[in-house]
Design a protein around this ligand. Sequence first.
Ligand code: AMP
Length: 557
Amino acid sequence: MTQETGGFAAFNLNPNILAAVIATGYEEPSAIQHQSIPIIMAGHDMIGQAQTGTGKTAAFALPILHRIDPAKREPQALILAPTRELALQVATAFETYAKQMPGVTVVAVYGGAPMGPQLKAIRNGAQIVVATPGRLCDHLRRDEKVLATVNHLVLDEADEMLKLGFMDDLEVIFKALPATRQTVLFSATLPQSIRAIAERHLRDPQHVKIQTKTQTVTAIEQAHLLVHADQKTSAVLSLLEVEDFDALIMFVRTKQATLDLASALEAKGYKAAALNGDIAQNQRERVIDSLKDGRLDIVVATDVAARGLDVPRITHVFNVDMPYDPESYVHRIGRTGRAGREGRALLLVTPRERRMLQVIERVTGQKVAEVRLPDAQAVLDARIKKLTNSLSPLVADAESTHGDLLDRLTADIGCTPRALAAALLRKATNGQALTLAAIEKERPLVPNNAPRGDRPERTGDRPDRGDRERRAPIPLAEGRARCRTALGARDGIAAKNLLGAILNEGGLAREAIGRIQVRDSFSLVELPEDGLEKLLTKLKDTRVAGKQLKLRRYRED
Ligand code: AMP
């Protein structure tokens, strides 16, 4: 165990939970986790003021998992979330942290999906139920005893739930739960309506809030880019094209992400390396020395590994993953703008993290301007500028050293100097796209495709058309079914791993497998409808990247 994971070890969580946290690659608890985990583990009621991006899900999921009894096959913890998307995200997080707890199952209950399988999973003994209030009330109407064994309740994003008009549903749910339960409420804001709920339904709650002191940031130009989580690597590659940097540090949250991003950068020819808590101290020092003297230009680091890093060459900081709190943001971007130089900091923001951006702006008292991905023209201009910069110093004396050779070659080949210069350029640029059309072809991201915000699930859990369109933009081909696994990019999964596993173990032909979409915390695969159940049974024990695939049919509505 590295020294950093000692942070999680100090909580004395069930060793199977600790092992799963370490496997996830978290190096140390975030501020909200530091404060909340001991309180929830001790069984107290709690009010936590925190928004998405602070690590709040693990702040309640880890202690709740610690408190349940895996041997009891009945619902023990209920997590309420305002939207289907958040409910799925929270359920996936629980599954990740419970990976090494045999017998623990999690069910997500939300509108738009059939009720039967949800109820069956609850009755089959899922210990953790993650639900949207509207749909849960539908279940309660069918079976009012369904929650009778729940002794831990978490209200996640309580303010959002009230905004969506779930107040009445919440009251119905409170009534259906044992009065002796533990109740934990997380909310980004604490308006009077939330305080009234806490007053009525929480017992002697402890308050947890991340202290946010105003911080000053000078000489650093800040910007943010809206991006979907699964587009971060391509966004980073596009930004690097146009940013004029000397040395750059990129911050991500997990060890795995440092490795993945560093190797993606290396594959594109950047001198990049990963820096994380698993890397031995002397090796870390070597990485930092290389960054100092220019053998490396980019370091991809976790917060822990970058502690104390002071390299004056750093002109840019990319916050590829959102920091947990504004202090950490200020700390990260302080890596640039050293010694009175100007620095530039870019923050990648996923739709759910917009609120965290607002908090950062408030705390730093500065607006973090929005930038868009560079378009093909900007990339072309930047590439030509780089080429110009690299060639122009050579022009002054190249004619005296290589002029005669040029004359001889043009004569031998029988071509014009222009033709020869063009051939040399082609060779020197190594197949790089240097026309608009070629750049457009190679770029996977369309600029200005900033994601829209998450749409809330409507009261009554009716499927939201806009939401459905956004989540499943590509209609399924005739005869195909979409299946989901909780393994995603953050488990180190790439589309080719899924394809390989399904081809090998499922005995399918390549053409039988449709589109594979790998997202951060889950993946979707299109498979033939015909014989699907049999195929899923065949793949029951399949493992990918050391983890159980657990492929299931995925219904959009
Ligand atoms: P949340 O605020 O719960 O939405 O969490 C935001 C992201 O932070 C999720 O992708 C988590 O997997 C990740 N995360 C939570 N806690 C930690 C931690 N201690 N170290 C690294 N990543 C974390």
